[in-house]
Structures are given as structure tokens and as C-alpha cells.
Design a protein around this ligand. Sequence first.
Ligand code: ZN
Length: 257
Amino acid sequence: MPLDFLKRRNAAEGDPATAPSHAAPARGSHGPITVPEEVVAQEYQLKLYYAGKTSEGVRMQATPKALGELPSMLHGLAKTEIEVVEPLPIEFSQATPVIARPSEAMQWLNAHHIHSPVTRHALVVLESIDAIDLAFDTFVCTLLDGDVDTSGYPEYSAILGGVAAHWDEATGDMIVRAVVGWGGKGVRGDTDRIAAKLLAGILTNVLANQYALGLTAVDRPVPAAGRGGLVCAHCGFASAHERAFYCPKCGMRLLRG
Ligand SMILES: [Zn+2]
């Protein structure tokens, strides 16, 4: 059965007498409307400011126990619970905290909704400025300075971070960096200085760890562009990082087929 509104529309289009006119509306008795020389614009803007710092790397003795040591490197500095964010497996390889890209944003939320507001904020800041990459980094995070709002989200002047660890592709050693970040709708003059002090404090803790071997240049692995790589025979982790020699999660050697 045809729908009534469709019939009406067709009838109107077929009959010029009843079709609505597409010509400009007739001018009234007020004469032509003058176009102003200058348009009065209402201005809107939002300035987001994200910043962060990372230290040199510290090479750790190659032992699976070193991974378990990471949270202890924040003792004395953590103002909230210490959370461990593991490297993301291949199914989250497109995860990006950018809401205008729904598929990437959904992946990101699916991967990180379990974390605390402090950790999620830290991930948004540090991933946005490319200070950490969860394709290979294990990130251990806490609130280091400043406050959270009533919902538990850090204020823009709060400083977050901790340590990021990855497995060196050449040697299989774990490399640990101190990482701090902050930002949001504004910036405060003394945040940078406080962040530098916190970074030094974390690095001191890392170097004081029993497995630390000393400072090293950081050669970050290069994640693969899409196709994805290998499944770890030891822990089952499917890495998005096809050039990896060592499992981003457990640090064991990846076997190639
Ligand atoms: Zn593994």
C-alpha cells in the first residue's frame, strides 16, 4: 500500500501551480537588506595543553622478576593507587583516544575503561603527545602531584605518570623510563618545574632498584603498521608489533614460524 505522504509529494512536484517556488523570497516594503561591511562574529575557542617528560632509560637485569618490581619504583611518590597498564594485544592495535574517530575510540575505551580516572587521563595525555606507546610499553601509573575533582578526574595542573618499560629488541633486557605528564584546559607556571623534580625522583628510584644496571640510550621499538605480528608461545600475547624479538608482555623470546 503506497504511503500517503509520498503521494502528496509526487503530486506537488508534478504540478507547477502547487509546487513551492524556489525563487528568492519577495522583498518586503523595507527595501534591500544591506550586507554589513564587517561581520560581527561570536568567538569560541578551547585551548588544550598537554605536556610531559621522559627520562633516559635504565637497563634492568634480564629476569622476569624485573616486571614485578615496576610498581615499587613509585613508592614514596604515589598519591593514589598504583596501576599497571599492560601492552595492548593486536585486537587493540588501532586504539586511539580521539572521539572523532569512533572505531579507534571504541577500541581505546574497550581497552582502558577498567582503569581509574587518573590512569585514563594519564593515558590520554601521554599517548596524545607520543610519550608512551602501548604497542610495546608496560605503563605503571599514579597521581604524583595535584588534586582530582569530585569525580576522581585529575585537575589540569595535576601531574601523573610513573614508569614505562619495554624489552630491548637487541638484547632482551628490560628498559625502564620515568614518565610524567599533565595538561587539560590550561597550564600553570610551576607545573613544569615540579614535573622535572618528580621525573628525577622516579629515575632515582629506578636506579636504586636491585636489578638496575645503569643508564642507557632508549631505542624504542617501531610498531608495525597494521598487519600484526606474532603470538607469544609463553603467555599467548598476540603482538601488533611484527618486528618484535621479545614479547611486549612477558619478555620471552618470540618464535618465528
Ligand atoms: Zn609473552
